[in-house]
Design a protein. Structure first.
Length: 122
């Protein structure tokens, strides 16, 4: 009874193990590395070069927090029903300082600063 298979078969099995190792270590978000299995060797090819996605220049158009509709306020990134309620509770805002003070009760200073870029007070 033979315990081991022929040398080419062993090399093919080791190549299969190498392919599995390469694919399990590949970054799921990046292009995967391709491996070509032959009888005696494994040829690993580099990922194809990808072009960087075009950066979309999105301009923020602030909304007047005193007159904005619910839909306009909900269109602000990160604003949900809770923040919508808080924004509306303190209307009319008379200054940005009032906005910082009132909304600062619910979120940290960094979040208040981020939200400020999406609103105007008129």
């Amino acid at each position: 009874m033979r315990r081991f298979t022929s040398l080419p078969m062993l090399l093919s099995l080791s190549a299969l193990v190498a392919v599995v190792a390469c694919s399990s270590n590949a970054n799921k978000d990046a292009d995967t590395t391709a491996a070509v299995v032959t009888d005696t060797a494994v040829a690993v090819t580099e990922p194809a070069a990808t072009s960087t996605p075009a950066v979309v220049d999105t301009k923020i158009v602030p909304v007047n927090i005193n007159t904005a509709t619910d839909a306009e306020l909900l269109s602000i990134p990160g604003v949900g029903p809770r923040m919508l309620r808080e924004f509306k509770e303190y209307r009319p805002y008379t200054s940005i300082e009032q906005f910082r003070r009132e909304i600062g009760k619910y979120v940290d200073k960094a979040e208040v600063a981020r939200l400020e870029q999406y609103i105007v007070i008129k």
